[in-house]
Design a binder for this molecule. Structure first.
Ligand code: SF4
Length: 266
């Protein structure tokens, strides 16, 4: 039960949260993200305060609390601008395995249905792993059937626990045809497609069809490959090969004649 998880988790004090919100400049969008913001016992209070202060709000969530329609209605009334939901598979078996929480897939999918029904803008973050890369198109088909129109394919960032256990990291060479097919399908169905932490040279021929989420801010100092030195897109490509366990011979710099690539928009 989500309510039991709320009781168990530790939180930023409400006063600190409200102070942080208070200090923002006029016109700021307050982004609530995790851990899991909906598990914070005063999340709703913070949202109400955000609204009272005239700020807009966005939320990054696992979507499970949105299973409850009353909850979604409250969020909608508070004028939340958009919600970002993470999804790890097209089946409960895959999604629940990654989240380590039985029933989470069903809750997230119902949550997405409720969000769409309540007309809140939603973007689904499809985290690409070894378990789901063959099903990317099926995930998109599922999302489209729910009414989701904005998706993001996010590659894993190889850090923290992933450095010790690389079992979930997919071979990007194998991901490529599945990702291409999923992107082509999504665009054909007029969905907006973003990619994140993915080598741009993996999809060079799709450059006019995708947006890049958070282009390289240059904050990640981990080395790129020598091939990247001459790449016209190196300042936008946020993929880092450090710790990547497969061959990278397919990496090839994007030349200046591809300068239409990438389309940047958050
Ligand atoms: S060559 Fe390197 S910098 Fe350029 S798109 Fe490929 S991975 Fe990114």
């Amino acid at each position: 039960m989500v309510s039991q998880e709320i009781k168990k988790s530790s939180h930023m004090p409400l006063s600190l949260m409200l102070n942080k919100i208070k200090l923002q400049k006029k016109g700021t969008t307050i982004d609530f993200f995790g851990g899991e913001p909906t598990l914070h016992p005063f999340f709703m209070k913070a949202l109400e305060f955000t609204r009272e202060r005239g700020f807009s709000a966005t939320i990054a969530t696992n979507g499970r609390m949105f299973f409850y329609d009353d909850y979604v209605k409250k969020i909608a009334r508070l004028g939340v601008e958009s919600i970002r939901v993470s999804l790890y598979g097209n089946t409960a078996k895959i999604h629940d395995y990654i989240t380590n929480s039985e029933g989470s897939f069903d809750q997230t999918i119902m949550g997405l249905r409720n969000i769409v029904r309540n007309k809140i803008a939603v973007r689904v973050n499809i985290v690409v792993t070894k378990l789901n890369y063959k099903h990317l198109k099926e995930i998109v088909v599922l999302l489209r059937s729910i009414g989701v129109r904005m998706i993001k394919f996010s590659n894993l960032s190889i850090s923290g626990n992933l450095l010790k256990n690389k079992a979930l990291i997919p071979d990007l060479e194998k991901v490529k045809p599945c990702l291409e097919s999923a992107v082509r399908y999504s665009r054909k169905k007029k969905m907006s497609v973003y990619i994140e932490k993915t080598p741009l040279c993996l999809l060079p021929e799709l450059h006019k069809k995708i947006f890049i989420w958070e282009p390289d801010a240059g904050e990640d100092k981990r080395a790129k490959l020598k091939e990247c030195r001459d790449c016209f897109c190196k300042n936008n490509c946020s993929w880092r090969p450090t710790g990547y366990p497969y061959k990278t011979y397919w990496v090839s710099p994007i030349g200046k004649f591809n300068k239409g690539f990438p389309v940047l928009q958050n």
